[in-house]
Design a protein around this ligand. Structure first.
Ligand code: UDX
Length: 441
């Protein structure tokens, strides 16, 4: 049987750490690499530096097996690995819609000069189309092993909160390759995942890069589509939630990513659609994706609509109004506050003169660091104590279990804006609350 390739994972953030840990659990020898010494030390000590359900016990298991180690040395990585996964971030560039590729470029530039034997460098990061071709040239020019080093693209589709499952049992694997040898190596690296029945799409580098942005654009479009219908419902007295359920019965439409509400956020969807538009414009085909600008605009309007609803409930003016904001993370089961709709709403309320107290089961520390101007509480009841309006902004299960009578006893007015349609409005109304939701009369 073929010998399992030894794997390095460069970049141990959200994507990289999960990938490294899962690969070790699947039986490979793995070396995690990062320039951040603190991160490497913490991971080496068995601590996952972010919140992800199910990951800490897998890190312990992988470490105990002796198959997973961490380093800051690219030289060590180059000597160790047959396959090098590039898992660094590609955030939005400051003051622009474009993706910032500095981490990808520096990871490749730090690794390649040490590559003295045959190896495959595999990009996993979400990048503007054309990056893989450019990196192929870069690797060839820097690696002592020359054309013994190849480049491939293997986009990652994992969702925060489900990262382990999405890595071990993905919907599909996409291999962007320039040779049969690269495909063979990727198949070896994913042998256990393929053996459990995961479909593999083998394609060229360019298409592989595009699959990722096309998928994220489609998902974002689906969410904004139903949120656009919410706007229409708000103007006409319709109910977007009944509308969405009726649409979802049509298999061709389907109910997933058709949930109306405060819209999408996080480190991927918003910046990926912006970077896609930017790249398409650079390539002279901007017209093909102008609709994505609308998708972004509809998504942002959900945030201002939520602020308007809270203002309306508060009597028309937010000055001095005490608001309890339930949620800070961009979605439940995550501590990620990047482009979080919930925090955006909290900040807008604060700017309008409201006194905002935020509560989130996991994201409070991150939120406090980024926005020290807001107040923070450790639980929903303390956040709501003395509040004039309560707003549910991230649909954590903990918030759905709140007893409306108990919360009703600590607020000044029983006024609730449910921006995620997460609460049982009938039960809350029976407990004396005035409830408003997005896209509902
Ligand atoms: C997303 C993609 O799903 C994943 O494939 C990709 O690799 C990275 O980006 P993630 O950002 O973890 O993953 O979150 P996801 O679960 O997809 O949710 C994205 C956002 O959309 C969240 O803010 C969520 O609240 C929102 N959303 C999702 C809706 O508003 N309505 C829906 O129906 C579904």
């Amino acid at each position: 049987p073929p010998v399992s390739p030894r794997i390095t994972v460069i970049g141990t953030g959200y994507l990289g750490a999960t990938h490294a840990i899962c690969m070790a659990v699947l039986g490979f020898e793995v070396l995690g690499v990062d320039v951040d010494e603190t991160k490497i030390r913490r991971l080496g000590e068995g601590e996952v530096p972010f919140f992800e359900p199910g990951l800490p016990p897998l890190l312990a298991k992988a470490t105990d097996s002796g198959r997973l180690r961490f380093t800051t040395s690219f030289e060590e990585a180059a000597e160790f690995g047959d396959i090098h996964f590039i898992c660094v971030g590609t955030p939005q560039r400051q003051g622009s819609d474009a993706a910032d590729l500095r981490y990808v470029d520096s990871a490749v530039s730090a690794l390649a000069p040490h590559l003295r034997r045959p190896a495959l460098v595999v990009g996993k990061s979400t990048v503007p189309v054309g990056t893989a071709t450019r990196l192929t040239e870069l690797v060839r020019s820097l690696a002592p092993a020359g054309d013994q080093v190849e480049l491939a693209w293997n986009p990652e589709f994992l969702r925060e909160g489900y990262a382990v499952d999405d890595t071990i049992r993905p919907d599909r694997l996409v291999f962007g390759v320039a040779s049969a040898r690269a495909e063979e190596r990727l198949r070896a690296a994913f042998a256990p995942v393929i053996a459990s029945g995961t479909p593999v799409v083998v394609t060229d580098l360019t298409t592989a890069e595009l699959v990722k942005v096309a998928a994220n654009s489609f998902l974002a479009t689906k969410i904004s589509y139903i949120n656009a219908m919410a706007e229409i419902c708000e103007a006409t007295g319709g109910d977007v939630h009944s509308l969405a359920s009726a649409l979802a019965y049509d298999d061709r439409i389907g109910g997933r990513f058709l949930k109306p509400g405060l819209g999408f956020g996080g480190g991927c969807l918003p910046k990926d659609i912006r970077a896609f538009v930017h790249r398409a414009e650079e390539l002279g085909v901007g017209r093909a994706v102008t609709f994505l600008r609308e998708v972004d605009a509809i998504n942002k309007r959900r945030r201002s609509r939520t602020v308007d609803l809270i203002r309306e409930l508060a009597g028309g003016d937010l000055t001095g109004v005490r608001v309890a904001a339930l949620g800070a993370a961009f979605k439940p089961h995550s501590d990620d506050i990047r482009d979080a709709p919930a925090l955006d709403v909290a900040r807008a309320l604060h700017r309008s003169g409201a006194h905002v107290t935020v509560v989130d089961p996991e994201a409070t520390d991150n939120a406090r660091r980024a926005h020290p101007e807001l107040r923070y509480a450790t639980d929903a009841i303390s956040a709501a104590t003395g509040a004039d309006v309560v707003a549910l902004l991230t649909e954590w299960p903990q918030f759905q279990e709140i007893d409306p009578h108990l919360m009703g006893s600590v607020v000044t007015h029983r006024r609730m804006v449910d921006a995620r349609d997460a609460l049982d409005a009938t039960a809350w109304r029976e407990a004396g609350w005035t409830c408003r939701a997005l896209g509902r009369p």
